[in-house]
Design a binder for this molecule. Structure first.
Ligand SMILES: Cc1cc2nc3c(=O)[nH]c(=O)nc-3n(C[C@H](O)[C@H](O)[C@H](O)COP(=O)(O)OP(=O)(O)OC[C@H]3O[C@@H](n4cnc5c(N)ncnc54)[C@H](O)[C@@H]3O)c2cc1C
Length: 304
């Protein structure tokens, strides 16, 4: 299907984009990489009256200081994962981002666009939730704010962004201590969204879990962050008993739903085993051991 016709305005800067959103009101949307918006427009799931285009604005450099990495909103998936400091500090990103869609999508799609899209099958939401990031916005009407990611997402395709609010960047805290992460996803095939994924990002102190983030996508209407499981793990040494207890608690907390990619029952079982595996890999990496991880599990191979 062809999208409905609409007015097109290239923004000169993110500030200009926010002013345009403020001026044109509810019918105006931002276009960044276009990898979610354009398919939605073609399916007529989105029919904006005005498109405010950010795609030709050059992304700022990824900025690294002692305690955080700042990813500008317009950085593409590919540029984020090709940055040495990002992959050095965040195994979880190094695992996850090369599995997003295909090279075309990764070269066009942006970090800010992915967060704003809030697709429950998207990957940047879980990555930023697991690492405890903060999203910075700017707004012509209110000046902008810093939003802890735990307050950012609502339900499917919903965020707390106001009408003229533009994501400017996301800051990820660089953890102190021995850190490791892992991301695992089950897909039907290359180039599509996951049936289910899990990300684990943890820090060890003397082999005791100091902090841990665990986030799943694709199991419900929003990303799933089992905070009781995180609390159970924090302050503990990883033993087989602890892992078994964490997996059982996770099982009690998950409420997976059926969707076009998989049944609730399949997802529930997959979450248990993906989580156990991701936790083990993240812990080994935090201990400084090299672990080979093929983050993508192909559903066709599982059934073979
Ligand atoms: C075939 C296919 C497979 C895919 N598979 C995956 C996958 O496995 N994992 C995954 O994570 N993603 C996947 N995607 C989606 C892809 O990652 C998109 O790039 C991403 O979801 C949106 O980023 P974008 O820059 O393309 O945003 P756009 O499509 O341009 O915009 C998406 C939404 O975000 C808003 N927006 C954009 N930038 C900003 C900003 N700075 N501030 C506020 N709002 C903003 C737009 O107004 C729009 O509502 C897939 C896409 C395709 C086409």
């Amino acid at each position: 299907m062809f999208p409905k016709s609409c007015e097109y305005i290239p923004a000169e800067s993110l500030e200009d984009a926010s002013e345009l959103l403020d001026r044109y009101g509810d019918g105006a949307v931002l276009l960044a990489g276009g990898q979610s918006l354009v398919p939605m427009m073609k399916l007529r799931l989105a029919s904006p009256k005005v498109i405010v285009d950010l795609s030709h604005i050059e992304a700022d450099e990824i900025d690294v200081d002692e305690d955080r990495i700042r990813l500008p909103a317009l950085v593409t998936h590919a540029d984020a994962v090709n940055h040495e400091s990002v992959t050095e500090h965040f195994d979880i990103i190094a695992d996850a981002v090369p599995q997003i869609a295909d090279p075309q999508v990764r070269n066009m799609g942006t970090v800010g666009g992915s967060l704003a899209q809030a697709d429950p099958a998207g990957d940047w939401g879980p990555l930023v939730l697991a690492t405890g990031g903060t999203i910075s916005t700017l707004s012509a009407s209110s000046g902008g704010r810093k939003i802890p990611v735990s307050e950012f997402f609502g339900g499917t395709l919903e965020t707390c962004l106001e009408r003229d609010e533009v994501i400017e960047s996301v800051s990820l805290p660089i953890p102190e201590g021995d850190t490791g992460g892992a991301y695992l996803k089950i897909k039907r095939r290359q180039g599509v969204y996951a049936v289910v994924s899990v990300g684990v990002h943890l820090t060890l102190e003397d082999d005791v879990i100091d902090s841990v983030g665990v986030v799943f996508n694709s199991i419900g209407q929003r990303y799933f962050n089992p905070s009781d499981v995180e609390e159970l793990l924090e302050g503990e040494r990883i033993t087989d008993e602890l892992v078994a207890e964490a997996v059982d608690l996770l099982d009690d907390e998950i409420e997976a739903i059926d969707d076009i990619r998989g049944s609730a029952e399949f997802k529930q079982n997959a979450c248990r085993s993906l989580f156990e595996r991701a936790l083990g890999i993240a812990a080994e990496r935090a201990r400084g051991n090299e672990v080979e991880n093929d983050p993508m599990i192909n559903l066709t191979e599982l059934h073979a």
